[in-house]
Ligand binder design. Structure first.
Ligand code: ATP
Ligand code: MG
Length: 566
């Protein structure tokens, strides 16, 4: 491809709203442009990268026996009503109406559609297992579309759905996808973790996320360097047994005056006790309006996702001052003793002795509180957010914490959708049974951003070879110099003949501008044809390494052959 005929409008400056490297460089290097919030145009370079990612994903999905389909983007509301998700999905669902007043959603994911296809076409155990996938544009009206391709409102996803006769077989399909995902992310050249994840709104039995490690990513992960365990902080089990305080003899309960002292740090300082012995009482309002109190040790953070999952709620929020007042609860001094709403406790409170809680009275706390002597929670539940230093649930070594970008998510769904939508099959024993499902997503367009997040320097992108838009970039530094031009043209033609994907900068612009663009665009190999041509030499550079290698003209064929094989 000749740069003079190509299109990569590079920019000196990124738009003000671009905060992360992938957003900045993909725009500056002319890969993408924004149309409106969360909507992006893929320019020729961007589209090439996208296709490469798609093709790697497609190759491994095909190898795993999954069958590619293409489902309509518009999804009838009736299907979403069947599973209850028309209401549950909330504002993220883009809803549209046709001329007859029928409602549709622009597909944010396709469990309903594929389950409908399967229930109409699969009847017998003989037709199973099946795994269908597609690579397609998805729509989600994200509350905060941002970071360029990382969180769009229109984005490209590979979504796959497996259908099996039993849970045992479904687990096998799930395992195949897990291995397939590893192959995909390995080939993409990314540094990632496979983490145990929360199943969230999609529901189901268990799930894993594939998370690309990046600083300041939205996903918070704990992982164990020793045994390889990794989990989302909201999914990681808290090993409280290893984090318990030593046992103590129970002391008599006492109410103490703590004027205007309510935060954990202040109470700990005022009473001169370890913050681990201050128990916070948090009042939460669930989406159905129920108020619950949750106790947690002063040094731990409650995880709302764990709370929502435990109560099978869609949402929850901390009670406001007004809501506390309506419940007759004294803000800042809430405690479990004598409280009128159900009290649950995080496991960090189990076996804790002589601890401190609010006394439900302004400016008072109870000290030397003990369970079950002074009160009894409905249940002890793991509500804690995992954090660095917590014991690994598998091998007990201290966990590390990192952030990342979720690029893939796999779920074992079970029969949630097949039962709701009556997708049954007739088994060997002649009985009708619900098909057991799994679903598997990969953020194709987000991956393009993730690759840049992990592979860039201060001058631009450094593409992993597997997804670079071109393999070789030829720069003819002064196109008006006939010798330079002729040699560059010749190398370009030879590279094309060999089937090397090559971008040839034949533009009549300054060498500095060519180097700047080349650094921004980030093609892995660069051949520079410049003044050294007088000595019969060109230069080979690797974008990732920066070092230059002089190559004599008679060795160019060999060099191209090497690049081709590489
Ligand atoms: P997130 O927590 O980031 O919102 P999710 O859990 O909603 O992701 P899934 O429903 O599992 O995502 O979708 C599958 C994949 O699609 C994700 O792993 C991610 O890579 C990608 N994805 C999800 N939402 C977006 C988005 N708004 N923009 C780009 N890619 C997305
Ligand atoms: Mg989401």
């Amino acid at each position: 491809m000749r740069a003079s005929q190509y299109f990569f409008p590079t920019l000196k400056e990124a738009p003000a709203e671009a905060e992360v490297p992938s957003h900045i460089y993909l725009i500056r290097a002319g890969y993408i442009r924004q149309l409106a919030a969360g909507l992006y145009e893929y320019l020729p370079l961007g589209f090439r990268v996208l296709k490469k990612i798609e093709n790697i994903v497609r190759k491994h999905m095909d190898n795993a026996g999954a069958l590619e389909v293409l489902l309509p983007i518009l999804t009838p509301s009736e299907l979403w009503q069947e599973t209850g998700r028309w209401d549950v999905y909330g504002k993220e669902l883009f809803r549209v109406e046709d001329r007859k007043g029928r409602l549709f959603a622009l597909g944010p994911t396709h469990e309903e559609t594929i389950t409908d296809m399967v229930r109409k076409n699969i009847r017998s155990y003989k037709d199973l297992p099946k795994n269908f996938y597609q690579i397609q544009t998805k729509f989600r009206d994200e509350a905060r579309p941002r970071y360029g391709l990382i969180r769009g409102r229109e984005f490209i996803m590979k979504d796959a759905y497996s259908f099996d006769v039993s849970e045992e077989m479904a687990v096998k399909s799930y395992e195949i996808m897990k291995q397939t995902y590893k192959r995909i992310f390995d080939e993409l050249g990314l540094d990632y973790l496979m983490v145990e994840a929360d199943t969230g709104a999609i529901g189901g039995k268990y799930s894993h996320e594939f998370v690309v490690k990046v600083p300041n990513g939205e996903a918070h992960i704990v992982f164990c360097e020793k045994c390889g365990y990794a989990a989302n902080v909201e999914a990681a089990r808290y090993e409280f047994e290893l984090d318990k305080l030593p046992p103590e003899d129970e002391k008599p309960l006492e109410k103490v005056h703590t004027p205007s002292v309510s935060s954990v740090e202040d109470v700990a300082r005022f009473l001169d006790v370890d913050p681990k012995k201050i128990v916070k009482t948090l009042v939460y309002i669930l989406d159905d309006g129920t108020a619950v109190a949750v106790l947690i040790r002063g040094d731990r953070e409650l995880n709302e996702t764990k709370l929502i999952n435990y109560f099978n709620a869609l949402d929850c929020h901390l009670a406001s001052s007004e809501e506390l007042e309506n419940l007759g609860i004294v803000e800042g001094f809430v405690g479990p003793i004598g409280l009128d709403i159900p009290v649950y406790a995080d496991i960090s409170v189990k076996d804790l002795h002589n601890f401190v809680v609010g006394a439900n009275e302004k400016d008072y706390h109870f000290i030397n509180v003990n369970i079950p002597r002074d009160f009894n929670p409905v249940e002890f539940v793991d509500f804690s957010t995992a954090r660095e230093g917590d014991p690994c649930p598998v091998c007990k070594s201290p966990l590390k914490e990192t952030t990342g970008l979720e690029v893939g998510h796999i779920f074992l769904l079970g029969t949630k959708y097949s039962e709701a939508m009556k997708a049954y099959f007739v088994d060997k024993d002649g009985k009708e049974k619900p098909i057991v499902m799994g679903c598997y997503g990969i953020g194709i367009s987000r991956l393009m951003a993730a690759a840049v997040e992990q592979n860039h320097d201060k001058n631009g992108i450094i593409w992993p070879e597997s997804i670079a838009p071109f393999k070789l970039h030829i720069l003819a530094l002064n196109i008006k110099d006939n010798q330079i031009k002729n040699v560059a043209e010749e190398i370009y033609n030879k590279a094309k003949e060999k089937g090397i994907e090559v971008l040839y900068d034949d533009r009549d612009i300054s060498p500095g501008a060519k180097f700047k663009d080349a650094d921004l665009i980030g093609i892995p190999y660069r051949i520079v044809v410049g003044k050294k041509i007088k000595e019969g030499k060109i230069e080979l550079q690797k974008r990732s390494a920066g070092e230059k290698e002089e190559v004599s003209l008679e060795n160019v064929d060999g060099l191209l052959e090497r690049l081709k094989q590489d």
